[in-house]
Design a protein around this ligand. Structure first.
Ligand code: PEP
Length: 248
C-alpha cells in the first residue's frame, strides 16, 4: 500500500523564527512516528535553514514551484536541480496561485513536473476548478482536462502525487462536501490511469483547500484520498500535527 502524504505549503509566509514550528513537528514525529509521509514546503528564503532544521528527522523538505529549465537566465526563478541541491525531495507544481497569478498553463505545469522528475524530486501536481466552473457544473470536466495536460508522459510508479485543490476552497474556510471530494477523486483516479497507466493507479491523490484539524479525519478517510496539501493550517505545529495525526 502507498503511504499517504501530508504536505504543508507555507506559501509566502515564514521568517527564521518560524523554523521553531517545523522543529516542533519534527520532534513530535520523532517521538511518535506518523502513518503518513510528512513534508513542509517553505518559501525559498528558508530552504537552506529548513533543511538544517529538519536534518535527521522524518519530515521531508519540499519546494513550492520550480522552473522547467535546469539553469539559465531566469531572474527570480529556481530550478528543480537547485531545490534538490538544497535538500528538497518534493516540489509543488501548478498550484492555482501560480496558474492564476503567473499565467501558468497545463503545458508549463507538465514541463515543470518533468523537470522535477529529472532532478530526482517527486512533483505534487495541483489541479482544481474555480467557483464559476463549479457553479456551471464543469468540475469533473475541468479537472480531467487539467490532469491530461499537466501530467507529463512517462511518469514512473511512486514518482509523483496529485493534489485536488478546488480553487474556491483554498484559504476560504469552506470545503466541498465529502461526496463531492470523493467524486472528484474518483474522476481524477481514472484520468491518472488513462494518462499514466500503472503509475496513475498508485499515485497518491491529496485533497487541498481549507483542511483543518476539525475536518481532516473526515476528508482523509474518503476513498481515493491519499493525504492532504495544507496551507494555512501548516504554519502552526499544533494544527499541522493534529492534521497529521488525523490520518488513520
Ligand atoms: C493551499 O494553498 O494549497 C491550500 C490548500 O491552502 P489552505 O489550506 O490555506 O486552504
Amino acid at each position: 500500500m502507498v503511504r499517504p502524504l501530508i504536505a504543508g505549503n507555507w506559501k509566502m509566509n515564514g521568517l527564521g523564527r518560524d523554523l521553531a514550528e517545523a522543529r516542533a513537528v519534527a520532534a513530535s514525529l520523532a517521538e511518535t512516528p506518523a502513518e503518513s509521509r510528512v513534508a513542509i514546503c517553505p518559501p525559498a528564503t528558508l530552504l537552506a535553514r529548513m533543511a538544517e532544521a529538519l536534518s535527521g528527522s522524518s519530515v521531508l523538505l519540499g519546494g513550492q514551484d520550480c522552473h522547467a529549465e535546469p539553469s539559465g537566465a531566469f531572474t527570480g526563478d529556481i530550478s528543480a536541480e537547485m531545490l534538490a541541491d538544497a535538500g528538497a525531495r518534493l516540489v509543488i507544481v501548478g498550484h492555482s496561485e501560480r496558474r492564476a497569478g503567473h499565467g501558468e498553463t497545463d503545458a508549463m505545469v507538465a514541463a515543470k513536473a518533468a523537470a522535477a522528475v529529472r532532478a530526482g524530486l517527486q512533483p505534487i501536481v495541483c489541479v482544481g476548478e474555480s467557483r464559476a466552473q463549479r457553479d456551471a457544473g464543469q468540475t469533473l470536466e475541468v479537472i480531467r482536462r487539467q490532469v491530461a495536460g499537466s501530467i507529463p508522459p512517462g511518469m514512473a510508479e511512486g514518482g509523483f502525487a496529485l493534489a485536488y485543490e478546488p480553487i474556491w476552497a483554498i484559504g476560504a474556510g469552506a470545503t466541498p462536501t465529502p461526496d463531492e471530494i470523493a467524486a472528484g477523486a474518483a474522476a481524477l483516479r481514472q484520468s491518472l490511469i488513462d494518462c499514466a497507466g500503472a503509475a496513475g493507479r498508485t499515485a497518491p491523490i491529496l485533497y487541498g483547500g481549507s483542511v483543518k484539524p476539525d475536518n481532516a479525519a473526515q476528508i482523509l478517510k474518503l476513498p481515493e484520498i491519499g493525504g492532504a496539501l495544507v496551507g494555512g493550517a501548516s504554519l502552526k505545529a499544533a494544527d499541522f500535527l493534529a492534521i497529521i495525526r488525523a490520518q488513520a
